[in-house]
Design a protein around this ligand. Sequence first.
Ligand SMILES: C[C@H](CCC(=O)NCCS(=O)(=O)O)[C@H]1CC[C@H]2[C@@H]3[C@H](O)C[C@@H]4C[C@H](O)CC[C@]4(C)[C@H]3C[C@H](O)[C@]12C
Length: 325
Amino acid sequence: MCTATNYTTKDHYFGRNLDLEFSYHEEVTVTPRNFRFEFRKAEPLASHHAIIGMATIVDGYPLYYDATNEKGLSMAGLNFPENADYKPEAPDRTNIAPFEFIPWILGQFETVAEVRDALAGLNLVKINFSDAYPLSPLHWIISDREASITVESVAEGLKVYENPTQVLTNNPTFDIQLFNLNNFMHLSTRTPENTFSKELDLDVYSRGMGGIGLPGDLSSASRFVKAVFTRMNSLSGDSESESISQFFQILGSVAQQRGCVQVGDKDDFEITIYSSCCNTDKGIYYYTTYENSQVTGVDMHKEDLDGSTLAHYPMIKGQSIRMEN
Ligand SMILES: C[C@H](CCC(=O)NCCS(=O)(=O)O)[C@H]1CC[C@H]2[C@@H]3[C@H](O)C[C@@H]4C[C@H](O)CC[C@]4(C)[C@H]3C[C@H](O)[C@]12C
């Protein structure tokens, strides 16, 4: 399972938890403007916006998981099993394979409003990258500073939802995730009053009781409610340190600890492999990993963005401990 979110202070921040039981050797990857993006069924992009994000590079092609372009538009793919339904090629539409979706969007557009228009003519076509990298069942969040949308290719067609929560997790479909929030409208960050019964002398014996009922388990429906509650009530100063710390705290509220979510009937357990937080105004991609809680950053503007070759940085995964004596 995974969770993606947004947060705005002085700058805007976008990122995600990648929760999985194994890694595809993903790296922080910068695609410069003149890297040629070929598409299986659409026109290539010989030059485009520069992109920074997390990707597995296969045969020189960046298979992005989440990324931001130099204009501040961001996008992440999250697991959407049994719901994602990709289509045969449609002659009257722009046919984009799921693994091409992030480069095609971030290469060309600057705002969610532009993306909304472009999606009207888009078909997510059922083409895999290769036999070794088959189709992934995904849905996507696309965000700028002002707005987010969720894109789901399902049996009925391509659905584009406004996403006022600016959060995405996994199943069920996004309309149901949003509807489910109605069940939690009573939650509050404030100290509750006794509306239960005047005849009972009920006591506020602890802080945080306004949030009793907020889900704490790691299912995707529960993580959605928890992450939305945490994000919508988040407060911080607007310095870079305060902003990214708050961002990682939001993601931390739905992180997965090894041992808590078993996968299949094996002894495999899902963990939060990495958490990312991109300053979308400055093009700096920060991350932590399961064992490395020190924040590491890669600044796209330190790369040759007019070049044509990918820059990539393997994640630093080991813990770095600063001893004080
Ligand atoms: C599985 C990842 C999403 C995280 C998540 O939701 N995990 C939950 C798994 S489960 O429901 O609990 O089983 C997704 C996010 C991005 C995906 C990757 C990216 O789409 C890039 C390529 C795309 C290729 O088609 C497949 C390999 C791949 C490298 C993908 C593998 C996998 O599907 C990733 C890593």
